[in-house]
Design a protein. Structure first.
Length: 79
């Protein structure tokens, strides 16, 4: 992702997520890839799906919650 190859980053993260499905860091990286693709609707859907598994004490909890709620409000398409 840091090298600008979003497609390869996506494939690598999908494989990594299979081996580490509870990794908050993997979810955050996957959200970054979705964001880089510009698919805000999918980002909101993904955030809603993972939110229950993100501990409230995790640094990214508020970010995931924001994206999950933004999609519900229909705002994501306007971002």
């Amino acid at each position: 992702l840091l090298l600008g190859n979003i497609a390869n980053a996506s494939v690598i993260l999908e494989d990594l997520a299979l081996g580490r499905p509870d990794s908050v860091d993997v979810h955050l990286a996957r959200m970054e890839v979705i964001y880089e693709f510009g698919d805000f609707r999918e980002l909101s859907v993904y955030a809603r799906r993972i939110l229950p598994g993100v501990p409230e004490s995790a640094d990214m909890h508020e970010l995931v919650k924001w994206w999950a709620e933004t999609g519900r409000e229909g705002v994501a398409g306007a971002i």
